[in-house]
Design a binder for this molecule. Structure first.
Ligand code: NAG
Ligand code: NAG
Ligand code: NAG
Ligand code: NAG
Ligand code: NAG
Ligand code: NAG
Ligand code: NAG
Ligand code: NAG
Length: 455
């Protein structure tokens, strides 16, 4: 009987572990704050976010240490304390690089081990000094195979240094992320996917700026979720990252809280792909969501939704604006959930209008969180009931056994197969019952997500 008891015990342990390990990773509700934005960090509604990125620190071109301009140092040094006032559990990351960063400085820094060490050590010191919980590399201009290879070496050494540093301090290990293009690239200049998978907590996929009015003479969805006519789309990019070996849960989907304004060649031709002659409203055409909303209200523009590309757009005379409104943000967050990505991150939080997009994104994420908790509660209570039932049978069994051992032993042995049947069938129930609930849950979810696509 003893081996069977051991087996049962093992069965229970595995079974309980299965449920308690169902605890999922944090769903990242991220947002950037850029030091050049008009909104001070104290204006961010940080309650709508789990992670806020403070952008950008630079790299010193001679010492290769992390560097901050004097005005930025003032703003960055109390960024974390400031945003934690509205949400004490929000985590902050210091983003390094960005669009204006010097290509040659970054390229040299990653190419030499002593430069990398200067950079890594100074970045960790800065993170701790200013109270950031993580660091992000945003080197958009990396463009050669050696840049990409060296970037992978940097990630490996950076992570090792972070691990070592944690051993010495009472802090949690720093989060390490990188901002990357919408797709990994296929030639020799593609991102170091293996190192990213191994050493980074996740990557920020910059799923926008596919088309801009300055570079293309036709209107377009600059952050199209899908594109039936080309491979330049968010869905294509995410799939490409996954097929190159990056886990879905290592990707945080970038959401643009801005759009682009084009000048139409002919106001009557105003769909996606219509001929255009350049930017409108602003130099370069980039325009933030808040200003787009103001523009739409001022001119009473009719906002259209194109479900093929998943984008909103509107036309006022010969001005054509494409952007992500609330419904697009919801669909993209639902997409991120569906593809089991790690979360989303907005560029940038101050562009929002009255926190409408931030709220929509957070809600779309929470819905599922609530469902997951509900599911877990159902599973736990069913398995608890099943375990209790099994426990009762076992107690009953040992009582009988005790009684029988005082009396006739051979009689008891005759009962053994019957007892085994009872125990096995209860165990089967313990597995099958939650199994049924799981199947029902996923079936319902499938139905729901199909509903979403049709919306
Ligand atoms: C870069 O580092 C060097 C050497 O530490 C220092 O003299 C210089 O002022 C730094 N430059 C900037 C822009 O911080
Ligand atoms: C943070 O620093 C900025 C710039 O020095 C200052 O204006 C602001 O009052 C500070 N905020 C807090 C909460 O200390
Ligand atoms: C890194 O740079 C230092 C200083 O310029 C130089 O002495 C060293 O040889 C370089 N190391 C490599 C591997 O290039
Ligand atoms: C990479 O970009 C830099 C800066 O834009 C440029 O000078 C360099 O020629 C580029 N290298 C390659 C291999 O394209
Ligand atoms: C960790 O502590 C050891 C011994 O106190 C010290 O030698 C080392 O420099 C520390 N490392 C870091 C990264 O602070
Ligand atoms: C748009 O640009 C392409 C290539 O640069 C050119 O062939 C085409 O004629 C242009 N179309 C218009 C409407 O200007
Ligand atoms: C898109 O990429 C696939 C491979 O991933 C390729 O077979 C196809 O030709 C590409 N389509 C376009 C329009 O470039
Ligand atoms: C989206 O726009 C494209 C290009 O103008 C058009 O062909 C397509 O029918 C539109 N899709 C929807 C669902 O409106």
């Amino acid at each position: 009987m003893a081996p069977k008891r051991v087996m049962l015990a093992v069965f229970f342990v595995i079974y309980s572990l299965m449920f308690f390990s169902a605890k999922s990773e944090t769903w990242v509700k991220g947002g950037y704050w850029y030091s050049r934005s008009k909104l001070p960090s104290s204006g961010i509604n940080s309650a709508l976010y789990t992670h806020l990125h403070c952008a950008f620190a630079d790299v010193n071109s001679t010492s290769y240490e992390l560097s901050l301009s004097e005005p930025d140092e003032k703003k960055f040094s109390n960024f974390t304390d400031t945003v934690k006032q509205k949400n004490p559990s929000v985590l902050t990351l210091l983003s390094i690089g960005g669009g204006d960063a010097s290509y040659s400085t970054f390229s040299s820094m990653v190419s030499n081990s002593s430069f990398r060490k200067s950079f890594i050590d100074s970045s960790i010191r800065a993170a701790r000094l200013y109270g950031f919980q993580g660091l992000e590399l945003g080197w958009a201009s990396a463009n050669s195979s050696s840049d990409m290879y060296n970037m992978g070496v940097l990630f490996e050494e950076w992570r090792a240094a972070m691990k070592l540093e944690t051993g010495n301090s009472s802090h949690a290990q720093l989060i390490l992320t990188a901002a990357v293009r919408f797709q990994p690239g296929l030639d020799s200049r593609s991102f170091p996917v293996e190192a990213m998978e191994r050493y980074l907590d996740w990557v920020t996929v910059q799923a926008y700026d596919y088309y801009t009015p300055q570079r293309y003479n036709f209107t377009s969805a600059h952050a199209a979720l899908y594109d039936p006519t080309s491979n330049v789309s968010t869905d294509y990019g995410i799939s490409a990252w996954i097929s190159r070996g990056l886990s879905a849960n290592k990707m945080v989907l970038g959401l643009p809280f801005y759009g682009y304004a084009w000048t139409l060649a002919n106001p009557v031709e105003n769909g996606i792909g219509a001929p255009a002659t350049g930017a409108a409203i602003r130099r370069g055409g980039a325009i933030n969501y808040k200003d787009i909303r103001d523009y739409v209200l001022r001119y009473g523009a009719n906002v259209m939704f194109n479900a093929t590309y998943v984008v909103n757009y509107c036309t006022v005379g010969s001005t054509w604006i494409s952007f992500d409104d609330v419904e697009v943000v919801r669909i993209k967050v639902a997409y991120a959930k569906d593809k089991k990505l790690r979360g989303y991150i907005a560029w940038e939080t101050p562009y929002d209008d009255n926190w409408m997009l931030s709220q929509a994104a957070a809600q779309e994420g929470n819905n599922d969180g609530r469902n997951k908790r509900r599911l877990l509660a159902i599973l736990l209570s069913t398995s608890a009931a099943a375990i209790l039932l099994l426990g009762c049978f076992l107690i009953y069994h040992f009582r009988i056994k005790k009684l029988k051992s005082k009396g006739n032993l051979s009689n008891y042995n005759e009962n053994k197969p019957q007892l085994l049947a009872i125990v096995l069938s209860t165990a089967a129930t313990a597995i099958l019952l939650p199994g049924c609930f799981l199947i029902c849950y996923f079936w319902l979810r499938e139905l729901k997500s199909k509903g979403n696509v049709q919306r």
